[in-house]
Design a protein around this ligand. Structure first.
Ligand SMILES: NC(=O)c1ccc[n+]([C@@H]2O[C@H](COP(=O)([O-])OP(=O)(O)OC[C@H]3O[C@@H](n4cnc5c(N)ncnc54)[C@H](O)[C@@H]3O)[C@@H](O)[C@H]2O)c1
Length: 314
């Protein structure tokens, strides 16, 4: 057997955590022959609930799970972790201003940045506002290379893939190279210009530009809200699945005819910006039309505003 990989998950007793950690322990993230040690972080008030999660992990008797570390101190829980998936974040309370949400989350990511301030860890930020949380973390972890930090955009990519597939009457696997740019928020920009359906340009298959620029965009951007309305809870299984895919996108070669999306650090703008990647490099030369260009400006403006709202934590 190989040496175990230590994987930290924050917010481990939350909804996404509950969908995520059992899949990690089952080998869905790093492979069916890779032993795992889980490092699970929660706030003190959720440690009892985390105990239940830990008991259930035990009761799965996962052959790959070699150990579980739990606690509420990021300095201790993150120690030795090679991967950290940061799901734990403060949700927006009733009547809460967006700037207060940004500040409350920034405080969390200042502390977690300090606890991850080393070169030998890779960090995926899932907790919202994910792009700006990743920025705060990056500024507070100067020894952690910025290319070791990503924020999650894969769920947005998957949401765009399935909408295109349904419209074209094909399967998800027939849709490739779907990029989503910018912020993981309703300003995100799903790119219908460079995506393909069964190897053909989307616009040659779906000849309805009004749908591509209208209903398609709106559905992808508002999917999270639609799920909350239907389930009474926010997306968790699909978010956990996207986190697993994001790590696989990171460690596996990208199929030739595809690309993947993640929020990566843009040094020029000092932002984490959703980008199209292939084999860990930005895909160059993707051209977008003036409609999408305008949208990219809007999402960039929003990210700059978010950055200003957390300026004191950078
Ligand atoms: N990037 C994406 O695509 C994406 C998709 C879906 C959800 N999200 C975000 O993921 C986050 C988690 O969602 P959820 O549905 O699991 O929420 P949840 O409220 O069910 O769980 C969050 C958990 O995080 C814990 N937590 C809060 N602060 C913490 C801290 N400082 N350290 C450790 N743990 C902490 C809470 O106790 C809770 O158990 C939310 O911010 C949500 O908006 C992101």
């Amino acid at each position: 057997m190989r040496a175990p990989i230590r994987v930290a998950v924050s917010g481990a007793a939350g909804q996404i955590g509950y969908s995520l950690i059992y899949r990690i322990a089952a080998g869905d993230m790093f492979g069916k022959d890779q032993p795992i040690i889980l490092h699970l972080l929660e706030i003190p008030q959720a440690l009892t609930s985390l105990k239940g999660v830990e008991m259930e992990l035990d009761d799965c008797a996962f052959p790959l799970l070699e150990g579980i570390v739990t606690g509420s101190d990021p300095m201790k829980v993150f120690e030795g972790a090679e991967w950290a998936i940061l799901v734990g974040a403060k949700p927006r309370g009733k009547g809460m201003e967006r700037k207060d949400l940004l500040a409350d989350n920034a405080k969390i990511f200042v502390d977690q940045g300090k606890a991850l301030n080393r070169k030998d860890v890779k960090v995926l930020v899932v907790g919202n506002p994910a792009n700006t949380n990743a920025l705060v973390l990056a500024h507070n972890a100067k020894d952690l290379p910025k290319e070791n930090i990503r924020s999650m955009m894969r769920l947005d990519q998957n949401r765009a893939i399935i909408q295109l597939a349904k419209k074209a009457g094909v399967l998800a696997r027939d849709v490739k190279s779907v990029a989503v740019y910018g912020n993981h928020s309703p300003t995100m920009v799903p790119d219908y210009n460079n995506a393909t359906i069964q190897g053909r340009k989307v616009e040659d298959v779906i000849k309805d530009k009004t749908w591509l620029q209208g209903e398609f965009m709106t559905t992808v951007k508002k999917r999270g809200a639609q799920i909350i309305e239907a389930r009474g809870l926010s997306s968790s299984a699909s978010a956990a699945n996207a986190a697993i895919q994001t790590i696989q996108d990171w460690i596996l070669p990208t199929p030739k005819d595809d690309l993947f999306c993640a929020g990566i650090y843009n040094a020029e703008r000092d932002l984490f910006f959703g980008a199209a990647l292939k084999d860990q490099k930005i895909v160059l030369g993707l051209k977008i039309d003036s409609f999408l260009e305008e949208q990219v400006k809007i999402t960039e403006k929003e990210l700059l505003e978010e950055r200003e709202a957390v300026r004191q934590y950078l």
